[in-house]
Design a protein around this ligand. Structure first.
Ligand SMILES: [Zn+2]
Length: 275
């Protein structure tokens, strides 16, 4: 299948929601990722001089004997190394895996009641897009959703806009204090990096302009390029998560066999998902 683009889908509609059903998406994948220091065993030990990859050895004996623990000095040595990204085993990550499993089982996506921030984001987005287009003298093409499956699992992204043949924009509607913080940092907040890199990865585009907008304040944007280390982590974590979701689905189906299927009742049809 490779890259599938849903050009006409309008974000937030039932059809858009259905296209995302059961798929790990750029906006959610950050919930699955935990940043950690590398394993101490991947560096040499300054205390017992064990080589990278080898266990620490006891210094109490004449002939070195491998031990199960790691010397503290070895662990401290990893703090200066680049971080390692792993599949998070916390509650938030678990809830996302279960949600995606439920979507695959039912082929249905639950709408969620939008928060005030989500509503403001939806209402602000066209203004932010227009301000960006005006500032850069470009045309921004809106599309609904894209899915790439070349890694053996599906990864989805709903871009806020395509620019030229090789660019994207990701718009964030911000409260004024976050806008000030972003300008001071001069880079996207850390919690948006997974989404940005997934967007670049799924779309295959070569740059993404991160657009931070707070009505009444100056428009801020900065260009982000694909980061190979991040993207490698996204693919491996995505693959691991997808396999876990499939496990959950097949175990569920096995356990539930023979039990009665109930009818879905939408008590709140007016509620809308908008992000
Ligand atoms: Zn050691």
């Amino acid at each position: 299948m490779a890259l599938k683009v849903y050009e006409k889908l309008e974000q937030g509609t039932d059809e858009w929601l259905q296209a995302r059903c059961g798929i790990i998406t750029a906006s959610a994948i950050g919930q699955l990722i935990r940043k950690t220091a590398p394993d101490a065993v991947t560096v040499a030990c300054p205390k017992c001089e064990a080589a990278a990859g080898d266990p620490c050895v006891s210094l109490a004996r004449k002939t070195p004997v491998p031990i199960k623990t790691i010397h503290d000095e070895r662990t401290l040595n990893t703090y200066d190394l680049p971080p390692v990204y792993r599949l998070d085993d916390g509650l938030t990550a678990r809830r996302l895996l279960l949600t995606l499993a439920a979507e695959r089982i039912t082929q249905h996506v639950e709408r969620i009641f939008p928060s005030r921030d989500m509503e403001r984001g939806t209402l602000d987005e066209p203004y932010a897009r227009a301000a960006y287009a005006d500032a850069h003298k470009v045309t921004v093409q809106e599309i609904g959703f894209m899915v790439e499956d070349k890694w053996g699992f599906k990864l989805g992204y709903s871009p806020d806009g395509l620019v030229a043949d090789d660019g994207l924009i990701e718009i964030k509607s911000r409260k004024p204090h976050v806008q000030v913080a972003t300008v001071l940092e001069d880079e996207p907040p850390a919690e948006n990096v997974a989404q940005i890199q997934t967007g670049l990865l799924v779309s295959g585009r070569s740059w993404l302009d991160y657009v931070s907008y707070a009505g009444g304040m100056h428009l801020y944007d900065t260009r982000i390029l694909p980061d190979p280390a991040w993207q490698e982590a996204l693919v491996s974590i995505g693959k691991e998560a997808d396999a876990l979701i499939e496990d959950i689905v097949s175990t569920y189906l096995k356990r539930i066999e023979g039990r009665p299927l109930t009818e879905r009742i939408d008590h709140f049809p007016e509620m809308e998902i908008t992000f």
